[in-house]
Design a protein around this ligand. Structure first.
Ligand code: PFF
Length: 455
């Protein structure tokens, strides 16, 4: 490395503490993906069978790809495009692809983030009491029909995130994750207990846990893979960008394992909150993106101190969503700042404006443009399919090719073992997965998601 690069690397911000990085990575991973998306994906993809495939994908693919992305990020020490292009400049395109996906991802994520703020307002104004049962479905529907309301809440969400990120990385991110994520987890456990003990809920528990293997089709595999990437924040450059700030004595393997375990637990518990309640209240599990927002008020209405619970829960959910969106915006902010030398604040706000505009079709697609569809998909579905089911697995695929076949083995192993100073037990298992098994599976899944292969 020549002197000027060294200087640049030295100047890069660092996570101050080990726990700071884990929490920021966990803060990115744990978000709406766990609590909003996972339950409705389970609902749309046949219950236990989806959960089964999802867990297998998380263990054998998600975790390994997380480690892969951390290796790429820490050894690249640059923005996402610099990191992917460091060992072969053709791979810059992978970084570009990820970054563009991160913008689209944030565009619809912020719309749903806005929903959580709307629901906090509803909770604060006491609208989840037992008396309001029956109006919960229409509450969500009529909210979605009003683009003005959606836009107002989307803007509030975007502004909160931009405000935090414009303050800079360690100060901005670490502070907010430390206490709140465990708090959210505890809330979910309490809510799950309430949900499981509702009359009629056990049918939902069974449906959630008992895999009906006949339901596993190509589309279920594609959705489960998309969900595994989405929930662990993989395939868009987030973990690459975050790890580029990671000090060289951090243990990539154990960090990835902690984040993956915590993230998966949160999603599984969220499933126990939502799906039993869906059955108890005779709702439709395949409802789609509105599922959680239509189900949760019912749960709160059946809890002692339901309103208080609802307020705390939605406040924590907003924070979880914001820590995830911070990480999405960080990708392009880091890139713009490093490329154009624009000041961080300005880059953040300009990108936020762009993302707001990209979100407008999504907003309209929930209301007046509901009928504008491509292959049966609304704007929301199109954005989400493109990001979660096409881009994320593809970026993951090329990431594994980069680490498994382009980077020299000893560079990869040095990165993983901190130059041989730590003993990483299953490193050869990981390396074999990354070199051969995962690229083949991701290639097949990508063919399926692109409609080239049909199983
Ligand atoms: N993992 C986040 C969630 O589950 O809500 C979503 C996400 C964040 C995906 C950051 C990708 C990303 F880069």
């Amino acid at each position: 490395m020549d002197k000027s690069t060294l200087k640049k690397v030295d100047k890069r911000d660092h996570f101050n503490s080990r726990i700071g990085f884990i929490l920021a990575a966990a803060g990115s991973a744990v978000g709406l993906g766990n609590i909003w998306k996972f339950p409705y994906q389970v609902g749309q993809n046949g219950g236990g069978a989806f959960v089964f495939v999802y867990i297998i994908f998380i263990i054998f693919i998600g975790l390994s790809v997380a480690i892969t992305e951390m290796v790429i990020g820490r050894s690249g020490k640059s923005n996402v495009i610099g990191c992917y292009g460091k060992y072969n400049s053709k791979f810059k395109i992978v970084g570009w692809f990820g970054m563009i996906a991160s913008l689209l991802l944030y565009a619809y994520y912020a719309v749903v983030g806005g929903w959580t703020i709307f629901y906090l307002v509803k909770a604060v104004t006491g609208q989840f009491g037992a008396a309001s049962v029956g109006s919960f479905e229409t509450m969500f529907d009529s909210f979605c029909q009003s683009p003005i309301q959606l836009i107002i809440y989307q803007i509030i969400f975007l502004v909160i995130t931009a405000f935090i990120i414009s303050k800079g990385i360690s100060g901005g991110i670490e502070k907010y994750c430390k206490v709140l994520m465990p708090g959210l987890f505890i809330m979910l456990i309490i809510m799950a207990i309430r949900s499981i003990t509702l009359p009629g809920a056990l049918k939902g528990v069974e449906w959630y846990l008992k895999p009906d293997f006949s339901k596993i089709k190509g589309s279920v595999l594609v959705s489960a893979m998309g969900q595994a990437f989405f929930t662990l924040s993989l395939g868009v450059g987030t973990m690459v960008t975050y790890s580029s700030y990671l000090k060289s004595d951090e243990n990539i393997g154990t960090t990835s394992i902690s984040v993956t375990i915590f993230d998966t637990l949160v999603a599984l518990v969220a499933g126990f909150v939502i799906l039993p309640a869906v059955f108890a209240f005779n709702l439709e599990p395949s409802e789609g993106p509105g599922l959680v927002f239509e189900t949760l008020p019912h749960v709160f209405s059946q809890m002692p101190f339901g309103t208080l619970f609802a307020i705390i829960f939605f406040a924590l959910l907003i924070i979880a969503a914001v820590t995830s969106s911070i990480s999405m915006l960080e990708i392009s902010t880091t890139f713009v700042v490093e490329k154009t030398k624009m000041n961080r604040k300005k880059a953040t706000w300009l990108l936020t404006l762009l993302i707001f505009l990209l979100g407008i079709p999504v907003v309209m697609g929930f209301g007046p443009w509901r009928h504008v569809q491509l292959a049966g998909k609304t704007f929301f579905n199109i954005y989400d399919y493109f990001v979660s089911n096409i881009t994320m697995p593809l970026v993951g695929l090329f990431g594994t090719i980069l680490v498994g076949h382009i980077m020299k083995k000893d560079i990869v192993m040095n990165e993983l073992t901190n130059n041989g100073t730590i003993n990483v037990k299953l490193k050869m298992v990981w390396y074999t997965l990354v070199r051969w098994v995962i690229p083949i599976i991701l290639f097949l899944i990508s063919l399926q998601s692109l409609g080239i292969l049909k199983i």
